[in-house]
Design a protein around this ligand. Structure first.
Ligand SMILES: Cc1cc2nc3c(=O)[nH]c(=O)nc-3n(C[C@H](O)[C@H](O)[C@H](O)COP(=O)(O)OP(=O)(O)OC[C@H]3O[C@@H](n4cnc5c(N)ncnc54)[C@H](O)[C@@H]3O)c2cc1C
Length: 328
């Protein structure tokens, strides 16, 4: 009865919004998973403008699920559908930003973009945000949930100096240049997202073995001569700065300029900012292969069958980056 009613409406697609209301009215209120059907219906609104046939197909899917209420095996089906619907929902958002990103034919799982980023940690999302600001279309593919790995677990210290490390080090130069841009980035992200990331210039204290005292003095002096504020702390001076330190630690170097953020908040802000700028973040999308034509990367494939054609791929898969690179 409901099915016929809704299908008749969808069949005509005169007014997709009517169809949405009908689906919503008939949803059982006690089954939260069925919220997914609302997303399907929203997707109808979106696809109605593009491809009548796929709208009907999606409506059919939703209605099939609605009919199979009690079956346990249906639950797994609903879960799969739910993941798919979340992606559709994200596409809906994307559509408002990027006209024409979806290929014709209504196949929602074949996307195309300028850049694919593998990994939705802080690195992937921040690169995505910056590239989007330059006007590129960017899709981030995340195999779990955005920010679900190291980036949220991190302590949030932004502390590039490694005691007694090399003075001439291009990686350290990069870190310091990046750190100098941080306050401006924080301001931008906080303004855009309203998430406070708790950036504070608290300074750091790093313990160094006592036998390294003379090397540490020399190393610190070198940095001071280069304009970096840095102090060697010993005994009482060290304990005054950090009274909770165990008594066996007697030597340390303090770098007052090194800041920190609340890593989990920073991650949230970066992901939200990327989304707000129009980056498409697709979760539950594990990249399993990268396709090439001659020497060029042309697409990536994900485990759930999504194919994303692209001009560039950036591997930002954290601890799994090497594995992802092997997929090339
Ligand atoms: C306990 C802890 C404390 C830390 N403290 C600090 C600190 O104080 N200061 C500091 O600078 N750093 C710290 N770090 C390190 C810091 O967290 C990482 O360097 C940083 O988060 C790395 O970011 P990422 O985006 O590269 O990796 P991740 O946050 O790990 O993101 C990589 C993402 O890629 C996804 N992925 C992997 N393979 C695939 C695939 N095939 N397809 C799709 N997606 C895929 C993963 O699911 C993951 O979400 C800490 C780390 C930990 C664990």
């Amino acid at each position: 009865m409901i099915r016929g009613d809704v299908l008749r409406r969808f069949g005509r697609l005169d007014d997709a919004e009517d169809a949405l209301l009908i689906v919503r009215d008939h949803l059982p209120k006690n089954f939260v998973r069925w919220q997914g059907n609302l997303l399907v219906a929203e997707a109808q609104l979106y696809y109605a403008e593009r491809d009548v046939e796929s709208c009907c197909e999606l409506a059919q899917d939703a209605l099939d699920i609605l009919e199979e209420t009690q079956s346990v095996s249906t639950k797994a089906k609903i879960e799969r559908l739910y993941v798919r619907l979340q992606k559709l929902h994200q596409l809906l958002v994307l559509y408002r930003t990027w006209e024409g990103v979806l290929p014709s034919g209504g196949c929602v799982m074949q996307l195309s973009t300028d850049v694919v980023i593998i990994g939705g940690g802080v690195v992937g999302c921040l690169i995505a945000y910056q590239l989007r600001k330059l006007g590129l279309r960017v899709i981030v593919l995340e195999r779990g949930v955005v920010g679900g790995q190291a980036s949220t677990a991190a302590t949030g210290l932004l502390a590039p100096f490694k005691p007694l490390g090399k003075l001439e080090d291009s990686y350290l130069d990069l870190q310091r240049t990046s750190l100098a841009l941080f306050p401006q980035l924080v301001e931008e992200l906080e303004d855009l997202t309203d998430i406070q990331v708790e950036y504070r210039q608290t300074g750091t204290v790093r313990i160094v073995p006592e036998k390294q005292a003379s090397r540490l003095e020399k190393w610190t002096r070198e940095w001071q001569e280069r304009g970096v504020e840095m102090n060697v702390l010993q005994g009482e001076a060290l304990r005054q700065l950090e009274p909770a330190l165990a008594s066996e630690y007697q030597l340390a170097v303090a770098v007052p300029s090194e800041p920190q953020v609340r890593a989990a908040y920073f991650m949230q802000a970066v992901a939200l900012a990327a989304k707000m700028r129009g980056v498409l973040l697709l979760e539950q999308c594990q990249v399993i292969s990268i396709e090439r034509e001659c020497s060029r990367v042309v697409a990536v494939q994900t485990r759930d069958g999504t194919s994303v054609a692209c001009g560039h791929v950036i591997i930002a898969a954290g601890a799994w980056s090497e594995k992802s690179r092997d997929a090339v």
